[in-house]
Ligand binder design. Structure first.
Ligand SMILES: NC(=O)c1ccc[n+]([C@@H]2O[C@H](COP(=O)([O-])OP(=O)(O)OC[C@H]3O[C@@H](n4cnc5c(N)ncnc54)[C@H](OP(=O)(O)O)[C@@H]3O)[C@@H](O)[C@H]2O)c1
Length: 336
């Protein structure tokens, strides 16, 4: 019998050198070490995306020592499809490595219709973790986050739901995301009373978005909680991608994304200045943007997205030059 399929997907065996170059940082005052660079599956892993590409990105990540994969119930599109695709690829490639992986999911945004598929009620959160585990084919996630604060649900209700998820063995640690400093401190107090390991706050943080410096990082330091910085490349603006215009296959040119051409155009001058500085440092802009974040003691990990394995390889090279002179810092701050 002749086999005509020559597409060449091979069985995955992780690179035996995978732990040689990645740096691992402690999350706050916990026992958990995270890779300096983690991978997020918000974009590029849904049913609308190319599955071979997604598989290659995941394999590349793990081969580079990236042990932390970040998901959420609503990543796709459609909602849930990133978890479902991840589950399928996990089963094919990563199952033997489960104890080497730190896998995250979240609930807090719009997920299913009706009054119980959004925000912060116990009803929503308890159902969502079960759905996420089922989609990913996992017995537990390593960390489960409340994805955003819900002003209308008592914080205690949401935090007790997170605690119960840990007690039920469905998550090992808990985190929160997009909470302001005051809400973060309140959550930390409640979770401490409940004796639940609250180890991470996932916050948007980049050269272009420094809101966390206005109180949140101090609160996290005070509570012994780590910060994992999401959208560190400002969704691609802090890369060399847009220096000469907006490529057709970029996030800014696509529909159903949260980056549009106007945002890129408004930041173009700063992007060019920063790219020139990165060039002088012998780096790509993406590498400098990641190195700048890793320079901040509060940051446990930088959570990047990637639309190709090549981008991820490039980004991990940020670790080759993490030092900045005062003059370089001044230029970055002038272009923040
Ligand atoms: N907690 C929350 O509320 C929240 C919100 C947002 C994100 N997140 C998490 O954070 C993760 C990362 O967010 P993000 O995707 O916005 O991060 P990002 O790292 O700021 O942007 C990633 C995008 O930048 C472009 N890129 C990356 N490396 C590049 C390179 N070397 N050269 C050129 N372009 C490059 C790619 O876009 P192209 O498609 O244009 O190539 C890529 O998809 C998400 O996946 C998710 O896990 C969490």
């Amino acid at each position: 019998m002749q086999i005509n399929d020559k597409s060449g997907i091979t069985e995955y065996v992780a690179d035996s050198n995978r732990y040689n170059t990645m740096q691992y940082n402690r999350c706050g005052k916990s026992g958990v070490l995270l890779p300096a660079i983690s991978l997020g599956l918000w974009h590029n892993f849904g049913f609308v995306d190319n599955q071979n590409n997604a598989r290659e990105i995941l394999r590349t990540a793990f081969d580079l020592g990236i042990t932390h994969f970040d998901l959420a119930n609503n990543y796709g599109p459609p909602y849930g499809s990133a978890e479902e695709n991840f589950g399928m690829l996990y089963k094919k490639d990563f199952k033997p490595y489960r104890d080497e992986l730190f896998i995250a999911s979240k609930a807090g945004y719009d997920m299913w219709p009706g009054p119980y598929g959004n925000l912060g009620s116990r009803k929503y959160i308890m159902a969502s973790i079960d759905q996420s585990l089922k989609r990913m084919g996992l017995d537990y996630v390593d960390i489960f986050y409340h994805h955003r604060p819900d002003p209308d649900t008592p914080l205690e209700e949401t935090m007790v739901a997170l605690a119960d998820i840990v007690r039920q063995g469905k998550a090992l640690y808990v985190g929160i995301s997009n909470y302001q400093p005051k809400e973060t401190a309140e959550a930390a107090t409640l979770l401490k009373e409940l004796r639940v390991p609250f180890i991470l706050h996932q916050a948007r943080y980049s050269i272009f978005d420094r809101w966390v410096e206005d109180g949140l990082l101090d609160t996290l330091d005070d509570k012994g909680v780590g910060c994992i910085a999401f959208s560190p490349l400002a969704q691609g603006m802090l890369t060399n991608k847009y220096v000469n215009g907006i490529p057709e296959d970029s996030r800014a040119a696509k529909n159903f994304t949260y980056l549009d051409k106007k945002q890129v155009e408004a930041n173009l001058e700063k992007i060019k200045n920063l790219a020139a500085l990165a060039d002088k440092r012998g780096q790509k802009l993406s590498q400098m943007a990641i190195a700048w974040l890793l320079n901040r003691p509060a940051v446990s990990s930088v959570l990047v997205g990637a639309s190709s394995s090549g981008q991820l390889r490039e980004n991990v090279k940020a670790l080759d030059n993490l030092d900045f002179s005062k003059e370089e810092m001044d230029i970055i701050h002038a272009n923040s």
